[in-house]
Design a protein around this ligand. Structure first.
Ligand SMILES: [Zn+2]
Length: 325
């Protein structure tokens, strides 16, 4: 019984306005499962750095071998939830580079002769710290640094009728079913379909930015894990990049929703649409019309909720569209 109550409370946090991606639940409970081995590593690295300095003094071993290989992270300073890219050039090896971030491999694809690019993101719960990305290419190794700054997200307070924040038992079953459906989609990393920069699906002002914390009726907390863009009912919504349509479904929170798979674990999500212009399986090009702005699902008025998934992480859509790919 207690479990049921707890579940209801957790779900109630997601209602009202634009409540779309089911991963909200983890964050709202402060259930930060991100591993934090960095303190331990910092202590170990202080001791080991003395040893390395001593070794270098006597042995004069070069830290990195000279070569044409170049690797960089862009941007090198980001906020929690931001997407970033790792670019490698001058690679002579027949095989592409490999790199790990938080023990997860980055997914590289070719961007020219000897050029490889990977898109990744850090979780919205990330604490400020510097990540080391160890990149290996052939016999060469580079250590790249990615600094995550403190997030400066806004908090807003909302007062809503109780019936709007507490779904019924049937709704809860539906919400869980849809959460499972979306989870199964994010787990698939298909071949790269994206080409060049990602673009915003509308050329309109933003209404609720990514990362906004909403305190509803003084207790429930919801973190907005997408970007809300203003729009008129019926306005055309464009695909952010080339990709394949995975679903066109009516979801409890998101209303009419399109998910486009761009390959390599990158997805874009378009919610609250009044109608669809695509079907599952369709290959869409960047800027193709995929649907129309509407007010379906749980929200306060017509707008577009634009979400981005990168390797299972809810990423800030603005950060993704800023990458020069
Ligand atoms: Zn939204």
């Amino acid at each position: 019984m207690q479990n049921v109550k707890k579940r209801e409370a957790r779900v109630s946090m997601q209602t009202a306005f634009c409540l779309c991606l089911q991963d909200h639940i983890k964050i709202e409970n402060g259930n930060n499962k991100t591993p934090q081995p960095w303190k331990a590593r910092m202590k170990a690295s202080s001791a080991s750095s003395l040893l390395i300095l001593w070794s270098m003094f006597f042995l004069c071993v070069p830290v990195q071998q000279a070569g044409a290989l170049q690797a960089r992270v862009f941007p090198s300073k980001i906020q929690p939830g931001d997407a970033f890219m790792v670019m490698v050039s001058g690679l002579k090896s027949a095989t592409g580079p490999t790199a790990l971030l938080n023990k997860e491999p980055l997914s590289f694809s070719i961007c020219g002769d000897g050029c490889y690019v990977a898109i990744a993101a850090v979780d919205l719960n990330s604490r400020p710290r510097t990540h080391r990305i160890v990149l290996r290419a052939g016999k060469q190794k580079r250590v790249l640094r990615l600094r995550v700054l403190k997030g400066g997200f806004k908090t807003i307070h909302l007062t809503l009728p109780e019936e709007k924040v507490s779904p019924g038992e049937e709704d809860i079953e539906r919400i869980e079913r849809e959460a499972d459906l979306l989870k199964s989609i994010w787990e698939v990393a298909s071949e790269r379909l994206w080409e060049g920069d990602f673009v915003l699906p509308l050329e309109n002002p933003f209404s609720t930015p990514f990362g906004t914390k909403r305190i509803i009726n003084k207790e429930a907390v919801s973190i907005h894990q997408g970007l809300d863009m203003q729009g008129e009912e019926g306005e055309g919504v464009k695909a952010s990049n080339r990709g394949r349509v995975v679903i066109t479904e009516e979801l409890f929170f998101g209303g009419n929703t399109v998910v486009v798979d761009h390959g390599q674990g990158i997805f874009t999500v378009y919610m609250h649409l009044s109608g669809f212009n695509v079907s599952p399986g369709d290959l869409v090009e960047k800027n193709d019309l995929i649907g129309y702005v509407g007010s379906t699902g749980r929200l306060s008025g017509p707008h577009l909720h634009f979400g981005v998934k990168v390797a299972g992480i809810n990423a800030n859509p603005v950060a993704l569209t800023r990458l020069k790919l």
